[in-house]
Write a protein that binds this ligand. Structure first.
Ligand SMILES: [Zn+2]
Length: 389
């Protein structure tokens, strides 16, 4: 049971008006008319439909010209809910979000070397509990979005052969959860979900193009082009971790000298016999004994990032992912300096490197993807995905 698909937007102007309200925060019918080029009557009709769908609510009266007052309209956060899940090599994170992308409930669990069926059943049980505790009506529940390390195949909603993720090869995650929960489920790569959450949170201020660097045990990425994620044909674009930066060592992917094999938190943490979280925390103080070993490798990250920036020329580079905040103090100055020296457009403009604003981003982004999917009848076109609402 879930939000019925026949409640989705039936035509493009509904999406346009909804998106304009979302970007504005709060706006009147007359302002919407100016912002959308639709007639006042069309806007009024669509706003009434959005009220009927419970997707918008009144935000009180505001003064207009000539002493007239008009009703302001805003998104109804309680209009729709979704659960976003981040699957990880060491566990999972679950986030109940509302239509504004706010996290209403969140949990993270460790589940290393547990069979996928056990993990998926546990996720289904926890989701039911979250919905019950937050009193979410099933008619307003959009479903589940799953973010996972790649490679994935989103044609089948399956994880392929993620390195160090034993037992998960070709598990049809989407189908299993759909059977367990009887609700719509979508699958997306973790770095792509994080970038979607960032674009949604930056709202009208989001850069139309960006490269998102996703730091977890490995290093992933996401390319946002014209406000949409370039997913790649099966959902795996942006794999900066598998850009070759040296002659060795062997990488889990089968090549030699990938960035992730030369320099990653996962590899460094395991050499130090620490968890990734412990290692990243230690790096925050430059006095850590690991700092001197870890720092020189930043140049490999810089080398790969400059190459990708030169290929796509994004407006900005964003540092995110579960460990992004812990290491951004080291990463941002290094990348800024490398881009000033090696960026192809360095004489024309700086390409700024900045911290992500959303944390934890991937589970929120996965939930937003599902909310988006439930409101739009268009199926995902190969190669790109965006927030159409
Ligand atoms: Zn590799």
């Amino acid at each position: 049971m879930a939000f019925p698909q026949d409640e989705a937007f039936r035509y493009a102007n509904q999406r346009t008006v909804f998106r304009t309200i979302r970007h504005a925060g709060s706006t009147t019918r007359r302002q919407l008319t100016q912002q959308t080029d639709l007639s006042f009557q069309t806007v009024s009709n669509i706003v009434s439909e959005l009220f009927d769908m419970n997707l918008v609510v009144s935000d009180g009266l505001v003064n207009q010209s000539a002493g007239k007052r008009a009703e302001s309209i805003k998104i109804n956060p309680r209009g729709l809910y979704a659960v976003g899940i981040l699957l990880d090599r060491t566990g999972f994170e679950l986030n109940l979000i509302d239509l504004e992308g706010n996290s209403l409930a969140h949990t993270a669990e460790s589940s290393s070397s547990i069979h996928p069926d056990t993990v998926l059943r546990h996720i289904a049980t926890l989701t039911q509990e979250f919905l019950k505790q937050a009193d979410v009506p099933l008619s307003r529940f959009a479903g589940l979005g799953i973010a996972s390390p790649g490679p994935i195949d989103f044609r089948y909603g399956a994880i392929s052969h993620p390195p160090n993720f034993p037992g998960w090869a070709f598990v049809p995650v989407q189908q299993r959860l759909n059977e367990l929960m009887n609700c719509p489920v979508t699958l997306i790569k973790d770095s792509h979900a994080a970038a979607l959450a960032e674009v949604w949170a930056l709202n009208a201020e989001a850069p139309s193009s960006l490269f998102y660097l996703y730091f977890s045990a490995g290093i992933g990425g996401a390319l946002v082009i014209d406000n949409r994620i370039w997913t790649g044909f099966l959902g795996n674009a942006g794999e900066i971790g598998h850009v070759k930066v040296a002659q060795e060592p062997a990488c889990d992917c089968g090549r030699q000298g990938c960035l992730e094999s030369v320099w990653s938190l996962g590899r460094a943490a395991s050499n130090a016999n620490l968890s990734v979280e412990q290692f990243a925390q230690l790096l925050q103080t430059k006095t850590s004994p690991h700092w001197d070993q870890w720092k020189p490798g930043l140049r490999f990250l810089a080398q790969a990032t400059v190459d990708i920036v030169n290929v796509m020329e994004p407006e900005v580079v964003i540092i995110g992912g579960p460990q992004g905040e812990a290491i951004s103090g080291h990463v941002i100055p290094t990348l800024n300096s490398a881009l000033q020296q090696g960026g192809f457009v360095r004489h024309l403009r700086p390409i700024s490197v900045q911290n992500a604003v959303v944390r934890p981003a991937a589970s929120i982004g996965a939930g937003l993807l599902q909310i988006n999917a439930s409101l739009t009848t268009s199926t995902r076109s190969s190669g790109q995905v965006g927030l159409d609402i």
